[in-house]
Design a protein around this ligand. Structure first.
Ligand code: RP5
Length: 163
């Protein structure tokens, strides 16, 4: 199975990014975690993206805050799918990072999740790999059913409370 690369712009992003790593672990997907910045270590970030496909990665997750160019900078160097996580790490509460990550020019997509939406980034990476992996898809389907059952149990509880 292909691995997922989890790249963050700073180690200060890790508390949020951990939720993406947890999702990859939950589904048994292999991963590597790195700190590379589009601005502070542009050469290393670019080289990682350029070599990612031949190094066995199938998806890249890129988390960054403020003027968040990391996901776009990585996407510019690879045709692997890149998922961007805008991190809430500034006076603008992540809106700056959201716009910097999501507003990519045509021809250079970044699949952007919500501000601090790391869990969804992890799940989306698993879904991308599951397109060509039936066992992984079965795990996703089973987790979806468990989630549905949990929500319906909450519905029953709340609805009973207000009868
Ligand atoms: C961004 O700047 C990082 O992704 C982080 O969210 C933010 C702050 O970085 P530090 O100053 O904490 O290293 O590049």
């Amino acid at each position: 199975m292909k691995k997922v690369a989890v790249i963050m712009g700073s180690d200060s992003d890790l508390p949020v990014v951990t939720k993406a790593i947890d999702a990859l672990r939950k589904y048994g997907v292999g991963y590597e975690v790195h700190v590379y910045s589009a601005h502070r270590t542009p050469a290393e970030a670019g080289a990682f993206a350029e070599n990612a496909a031949e190094n066995g990665f199938g998806v890249i997750i890129a988390a960054a805050g403020k003027a968040a160019h990391l996901a776009g900078a990585l996407a510019a160097r690879t045709v692997l799918p890149v998922i961007g996580i805008p991190i809430k790490s500034s006076a603008l509460d992540g809106l700056d990072a959201l716009l910097s990550t999501v507003q990519m020019p045509s021809g250079m997509p970044v699949a952007t999740v919500a501000i601090d939406g790391a869990e969804n980034a992890g799940i989306l990476a698993v879904q991308i790999l599951a397109v060509s992996d039936d066992a992984l898809r079965a795990r996703l389907e089973s987790a979806r059913k468990e989630n549905t059952a949990k929500i319906l149990a909450k519905d029953a509880e709340i609805s009973a409370k207000f009868q």
